[in-house]
Ligand binder design. Structure first.
Ligand code: HEC
Length: 177
């Protein structure tokens, strides 16, 4: 008869635990709602608010540069000592490894090119207006990398002033660093 009492006891305890589990699960389900039951809005159920003006650029950018007439691009910077100094620094950042400290293409990277990168103090380069030079450097051509995404436009314009200043320097080539 002992095993019957044991079974009864076991059933009671198991029943008690089951009821306790059931009650607590109801209790907690109220406190911790599931995400799937939360209120949510799907994109297609609402109309999106109008985008504020000026969010999408309609002018400027590389596309408008590509479409522009190189002859009509004007250097926005004045040729001052400060701008030339800025150009010198930027030449050291963006050009010197290819065009070299002597502007003749003899540089760490430049010497791997055949023929060497153009001598930047050559009259064929300096006889060009600032606009076409900026256009060429920014968008690249043949083996020239497009620097539009590498350097800020004004930094490139400043390098052009720097090159002109170096050419005026009685042909004496100054090292950019
Ligand atoms: C990855 C190497 C590289 C870098 C960096 C580079 N150049 Fe050049 N550059 C060249 C090569 C190569 C040429 C000759 C291109 C050809 O003939 O295919 C050239 C040609 C030029 C020319 C001659 C354009 C013409 O009309 O003949 C100018 C001007 C010039 N580079 C300016 C610059 C300036 C300024 C910078 C820095 C802002 C610069 N380059 C950075 C490799 C480079």
């Amino acid at each position: 008869m002992l095993w019957r009492k044991g079974l009864l006891f076991f059933c009671l305890v198991a029943g008690f635990l089951a009821v306790l589990f059931f009650l607590t699960s109801i209790l907690y389900s109220n406190y911790y709602g599931r995400m799937r039951d939360d209120e949510a809005l799907n994109a297609f159920q609402i109309s999106l608010p109008a985008m504020p003006g000026g969010t999408i650029p309609l002018g400027g950018g590389i596309e408008s540069l590509r479409k522009s007439d190189p002859e009509k691009l004007i250097n926005p910077l004045p040729m001052t000592t400060a701008v030339i100094e800025r150009g010198r620094r930027n030449y050291g950042y963006y050009c010197v490894h290819c065009h070299g400290p002597g502007f003749d293409g003899k540089a760490t990277v430049g010497q791997s090119f055949y023929p060497l990168p153009t001598d930047l103090l050559d009259p064929l380069v300096l006889s060009q207006e600032d606009g076409p030079l900026f256009f060429t450097i920014s968008l690249g051509y043949q083996r020239h990398p497009p620097l539009y995404f590498t350097a800020a436009a004004e930094d490139l314009w400043s390098v052009i002033h720097y090159l002109r200043a170096m050419a005026q320097n009685n042909g004496e080539k100054k090292t950019p660093r």
